[in-house]
Design a protein around this ligand. Sequence first.
Ligand code: SAH
Length: 269
Amino acid sequence: MKTGKVYLVGAGPGDIELLTLKAVRALGIADVVLIDDLVNREVLQFVRADARVVEVGKRGGCASTPQAFIERLMIGEAGAGRIVARVKGGDPFVFGRGGEEVQALRAAGVEAEVISGITSGMAAAAALGIPVTHRDCARGVTLLTGHTRNGAEPNWKALAQGGTTLVIYMGASRLAMIVAELLAAGMPSRTPAAMVQNATLPSQRSVISDLRSLPTAVANAGLGSPAIVVIGEVARLAAQTAAACFESLDSRVRGNDKLVFEPKRERRG
Ligand code: SAH
């Protein structure tokens, strides 16, 4: 008897070229593909023509596919001997419910394998030339969500004074409140800060400001979800790092200069 299996596949932040080779292989062998709404539909080019593709998006506030239904579907399909690719944006284990799904699959006796993806927080910072750690000014990086399940608040004081770069997912709609909490907890108002929407996609847009001015700068630019907020001294390095990248590019890759600042305008069909 054929044994089924579920691959939890990280599709990366958006740019199709940031998909891993392992992800491409899993997509190519899957009988059933469950695809989240933040995933670039270009990934479907790697899916078999006879595979069943199920859209299971659940964008904040909109009509969504209940988590229990998704888990039942995966368990049912794998139980029937099929290979399932559950494709998620970024990395499956970073705010992607990958942990919950692996627990549910294991409890049902279904084999699950996680295929890591490039998480949008890292990719969004890099897209602006911001290194999330730097020996001179950030000894670590903290990934956090601006949107919690039960409204529980993080320890703002620890975040404001911890000296790590803050990378905030799902923070666009609560940006003003997040900034107010960090200021109240003692983070200097001039701390460099940036927000990136649609990182690594042709529609990428961003603002770089300081902590106090970020909400106004974001509102003026009309930026919204999905976006990553990066707060910390490293954000000051954005332009500097990009300039350094330019200087170090040799003539062979200079044709791609624009990739450092702007996403590609044209994509393969
Ligand atoms: N597992 C995903 C995160 C899922 S939570 C990962 O590792 O990236 C969804 C949040 O991810 C969005 O609200 C947004 O904050 C962020 N996000 C995903 N793709 C993004 C992109 N291309 N640009 C900016 N933010 C993105």
